[in-house]
Design a protein around this ligand. Structure first.
Ligand code: NAD
Length: 492
């Protein structure tokens, strides 16, 4: 483990299988880069498909034999231990996160403090959940019957996570599953293995969570995630990542009809109404596009402006993007760091070029900041006059890029917003809140923000429509996803 002046922190190399922190047989490691400099800063164990099979076997045995599924108080005790241990490790976890993601240290609160608090939330929510519900007497053709609903663990849950908010999503995908009595195998993303292996280390060293109940398998190979999603011993896959991988996971699970929870890509629209307060709505829109370098699934990256105020809106966005603090993620006050990798930045620059080729006007940005030649930085970029059917308006960019398209009336704005294979989230800005609300109801998405008021949080269900996902995280709905309902008919 090393710590340098920049705060670079290498994470745990070992995975966790059946209660043991271990390297893969033969000891193969893969490199982890710091996106802020492009330098290799450490390694993680490169697990094989055979390692994944061992981890699933351990989770399956723990699910069949252990008391974990039945003892709610013990699960509460273990998850409160985990909460306290994560809190003790907080500053190390923060440095690991900035090291492998390049997320600015100034904006890590939502990715460290919040998920740690969520562990406690799920422990308490799970302890208070009503697992046996008496629905009373039902009249049937065989006479009256009492019915009880028994909420039971699904079994073995495979959790597969992406790199953009890795520690948060590792917690969000596994902790409610564990509290609901399932056993878990976590497969973190290739670019961010340490936010997963650190969780494994802390579970192994600082909690009473029994061997096999929680496993973490880091690997540089997509086949290892694919093996998890196809294993017949896995009852459920919970996945966050791209729509393309989501489709592959659904197909892999079809043979054994796996329960599948998918949170996928997005291409959300922000309808700015003609009565909106541009001076507050548009700088906030620019900030959302640049914080996290645009690597956010719920980012409203398509700005729809009324033609009557189009030039005014483009000017406000331009000024906000040109003044956005981009730079080294370790520097306090910096709000936009690098893209996660060279390949990801190349993809972003390619999509910007395709937008310009299809007739969009480059208002600002479009390249690499001159003062940041090392690492994977991208200029905040504004493309105006964007054709809603072109590639840059249809594909998820995952970069600090906003596209702007004019519209003539509310119906046209809704039609452009809904012209997408995705349906994750959306935004409406306008001073007439009833009008904005009516438009929000017409958007075919799982979530909508009105006038910057966030829809996202632990207490409210979050999920996508269309090709943005299946099922929900958060809220009581999100917890119930990790439970199967058994209906029992019995004498009155
Ligand atoms: P990705 O789909 O490439 O990878 C996600 C995970 O899937 C990784 O762990 C990867 O190893 C694994 N994987 C790859 N191929 C697999 C296969 N065939 N079978 C099983 N697992 C496989 O996504 P990414 O590039 O890491 O993350 C970015 C994507 O995640 C974006 O599309 C973004 O919108 C999405 N995302 C969605 C949400 C949400 O809540 N909807 C949140 C964050 C990110």
């Amino acid at each position: 483990m090393t710590t340098t002046d920049t705060g670079i922190q290498a994470g745990e190399q070992r995975m966790l299988i059946d209660g043991e922190l271990q390297l893969t047989d033969g000891g193969t490691l893969f490199d982890v880069e710091h996106p802020g400099s492009g330098q290799v800063v450490g390694q993680a164990t490169d697990a094989t498909v055979a390692d994944m099979a061992r981890a699933v076997g351990a989770a399956w045995r723990a699910s069949e034999n252990a008391n974990w599924a039945r003892d709610i108080e013990f699960r509460f005790h273990c998850l409160m231990q985990l909460h306290d241990a994560l809190d003790r490790n907080k500053e190390r976890l923060r440095r690991v996160l900035v090291t492998e993601v390049g997320c600015p240290i100034s904006v890590t609160g939502a990715q460290i403090e919040e998920p740690i608090a969520e562990v406690k939330h799920w422990a308490e929510h799970g302890r208070n959940f009503e697992y046996l519900v008496d629905t009373g007497i039902h009249q049937t053709h065989l006479g009256p019957a009492r019915r009880k609903l028994s909420y039971e663990p699904v079994g073995v849950v495979g959790a597969i996570t992406p790199w953009n908010v890795p520690f948060y999503l590792n917690v969000a995908e596994t902790v409610p599953a564990l509290m609901a009595g399932n056993t878990v195998v976590l497969k973190p993303a290739q670019l961010t293995p340490w936010s997963g292996t650190e969780l494994g280390r802390i579970v192994a060293e600082e909690t009473d969570i029994p061997a096999g109940v929680f496993n973490v398998v880091s690997s540089n190979a997509n086949e290892v995630g694919a093996a998890l999603s196809a294993d017949p011993r896995v009852d459920m896959i919970t996945f966050t990542g791209s729509t393309a991988t989501g489709r592959a996971i659904l197909a892999a699970g079809a043979a054994t009809v796996k329960k599948t929870l998918l949170e996928l890509g997005g291409k959300s629209a922000h309808i700015v109404l003609d009565d909106a307060h541009f001076g507050s709505a548009l700088p906030l829109a620019a900030m959302m596009a640049c914080v996290m370098s645009g690597q956010s699934c719920i980012l409203p990256s398509r700005i729809l402006l009324p033609r009557s105020r189009y030039d005014e809106g483009v000017a406000v966005l331009k000024a906000a993007m040109e003044n956005f603090p981009v730079g080294d993620p370790w520097t306090p006050g910096i709000m936009q760091g690098p893209q996660i990798s060279a390949a990801q930045r190349q993809k972003v620059l390619g999509l910007i070029a395709s937008g310009i080729e299809s007739g969009a006007r480059l208002v600002t940005g479009g390249g690499v900041p001159e003062n940041l030649p090392n690492g994977y930085y991208t200029q905040p970029t504004l493309l105006a006059d964007v054709d809603p059917d072109c590639q840059v308006a249809q594909e998820e960019i995952f970069g600090p890029v906003l596209t702007v398209t004019p519209y003539d009336n509310d119906d046209e704005a809704v039609a452009i917003a809904n012209n997408s294979i995705y349906g994750l989230s959306g935004e409406v800005s306008g001073t007439d809140v009833d009008r904005a609300f009516a438009i929000a109801q017409r958007m075919r998405t799982g979530n909508v923000t009105i006038n910057g008021k966030s829809h996202f949080g632990i207490a409210s269900p979050f999920g996508g429509t269309k090709q943005s996902g299946l099922g929900y995280r958060n809220g009581t709905h999100g917890y119930a996803e990790y439970l199967a309902i058994k209906t029992i008919g019995l004498p009155e």
